[in-house]
Design a protein around this ligand. Structure first.
Ligand code: ADP
Ligand code: MG
Length: 495
């Protein structure tokens, strides 16, 4: 029996099941199955490595298309800690362009301070003023120019916006992605699990072969689905449980991402696949095959013969319609991109009032579609939850993963919607804009006052009787820092 437990309760000799696209929860040895694992976040090796029975796997690695059982070799706490450290490290290292801009500005301001200071000193001293007067001017210039406020201008906004976004269900992994959110012109949405709840319920089981009844169709399918992470799998397993059917064992399980799953069960070769897969392999879609517009259908193939099909229904998330509507009001196009069939895609797209939809797309086609939009000059965000969305999430200008989805999607995206609420995308864009505005305002405050204060400090208006004392310079500099801090604290999330 497989059941969910908390990662930190895992101990030595426990056996864990790692489904396609999932993260390995603890270090261990493969007991059963084989797959390709991506260990890049741990070893830096970007090519997935093949792992078979007896091989060691490390916590944090992401599973490919196979399903594996792993004997845990030591409590997960040890390896988990190292991952957290890495995450924090990455977050701190990830500086956005605006932050880099502030760093550069601070560097220049320091150089200007020194050069202007020396220049001022030389000017006054060489034009016959006393050494004391020339020194005082130099000190005032350097005090004024000191990039104090500038050093705080952006970090203060970043700290405030990170805290606010976390409170509002946005996990920002990549600051650049967040600041770029304000430039989005098109958002591509995955359907299952993103715009819909991703909770499938079996609505119909149909047998197309005399020797197999409905229960047998779903029994065979469930054997494969117990190893899959897909929302369809969860739906089928629930039905089998309701029918009190016991699930047989599988061998050679493989997920055909975006199309279905395959494996051997009781000596038979079984596939559970999409209508698209049937077309591709020239298998006729059965006559009289019915499903209404909102149902997703998967076909069960036994030893290369179409044996039956299972229809499942899913619900659109209640927040989806409002999210799409608000995007429209903000002149952002929304496009539906799904691996599901045409009918369902059209129905969802029409119901939500989206700009267009493309159905029956495979993972690499999702990626190509994003590239195509980018080449047309669109600034594209991708929102998805599944293994099949990961390539598109990586290539999009802004990758947004749905929190309830697969580990690989969350790992690839720059931003994770913790509450899986599509409406949070709208807050993300508006908040990204507000944050950026605050940063620019602060940069202007922090550098701008130099334009007036610096010449005054240097003594440009000396002949008119205006001269800034070093003390006044210090006060001005502090005021600009306070202004920058107060301005940052006024950042708000608009809903
Ligand atoms: P989406 O893009 O809407 O998230 P997917 O690309 O994940 O959809 O899946 C596309 C289609 O592939 C599904 O509609 C289904 O027909 C088939 N499929 C994917 N995974 C499975 C699975 N585990 N079992 C059965 N069918 C699957
Ligand atoms: Mg999906």
């Amino acid at each position: 029996m497989v059941h969910d437990v908390k990662t930190d309760t895992l101990k030595e000799k426990d056996i864990i099941l790692v489904k396609p696209g999932e993260k390995v929860a603890a270090d261990g040895i493969i007991l059963e199955g084989e797959s390709y694992l991506n260990e890049s976040m741990l070893t830096g090796e970007s090519k997935p490595v093949q792992k078979v029975k007896g091989d060691k796997v490390i916590a944090g690695a992401i599973n490919g298309n196979g399903s594996i059982k792993v004997t845990v070799s030591h409590a997960s706490k040890d390896s988990y800690l190292s991952q957290v450290i890495k995450l924090v490290d990455d977050a701190q290292k990830s500086k956005s362009k605006t932050q880099l801009l502030a760093d550069t500005a601070a560097k220049w301001l320091t150089i200007i301070a020194i050069v202007a200071g020396i220049g001022t000193f030389l000017y006054w001293y060489l034009t016959g003023q006393s050494l004391a007067f020339a020194m005082e001017r130099m000190v005032t210039v350097i005090v004024i120019c000191c990039p104090h406020a500038l050093g705080l201008a952006v970090p203060l906004v970043v700290a405030k916006s990170t805290a606010l976004s976390a409170k509002n269900g946005l996990l920002i992994k990549n600051r650049t992605a967040f600041e770029n959110a304000r430039k989005i012109t098109t958002i591509v949405f995955d359907k299952t699990g993103t715009l819909t709840v991703g909770k499938f319920e079996v609505s119909k089981i149909v047998s197309l072969q005399k020797e197999l009844n409905e229960n047998e169709i779903i029994r065979l399918a469930s054997a494969l689905e117990q190893k899959s992470e897909h929302p369809i799998a969860t739906g089928i397993l629930q039905k089998v449980k309701d029918l009190s059917i016991s699930i047989p064992a599988t061998e050679n399980f493989n997920a055909i991402t975006g199309k279905g799953v395959e494996a051997a069960v009781e000596g038979k070769k079984i596939l559970v696949v999409s209508p698209g897969y049937l077309k591709e392999n020239n298998l006729a879609i059965p006559e009289g095959f019915t499903a209404n517009d909102t149902e997703t259908v998967v076909f069960v193939i036994v030893n290369n013969q179409l044996a039956g099909y299972i229809a499942l229904s899913d619900e659109i998330r209640p927040e989806s319609a409002e999210a799409i509507k608000t995007l429209k009001e903000n002149h952002i196009k929304s496009i539906l991109l799904t691996g599901d069939n045409n009918k369902v895609a059209k129905s969802v797209s029409d119901t939500l009032g989206m700009d267009s939809f493309i159905a029956e797309v495979l993972p690499h086609q999702k990626l190509e579609k994003i590239k195509e939009l980018q080449s047309k000059g669109e600034f594209v965000a991708m929102t998805g939850d599944g293994v099949n969305d990961a390539p598109a999430l990586a290539i999009a200008d802004v990758g947004i993963a749905v929190g309830s989805g697969s580990d690989i999607a969350a790992e690839t995206a720059g931003i994770v919607l913790v509450n899986s609420n599509p409406k949070d995308i709208v807050s993300l864009i508006l908040f990204g804009k507000a944050t950026y505005r605050k940063m620019i305002q602060n940069l202007i405050w922090a550098t701008g006052y130099n334009v007036i204060a610096l010449p005054l400090a240097a003594g440009v208006l000396y002949k008119q009787g205006i001269l800034l004392s070093p003390a006044a310079g210090a006060v001005l500099m502090t005021v600009s820092t306070v202004v920058v801090a107060i301005n940052a604290s006024f950042l708000k999330v608009k809903k």
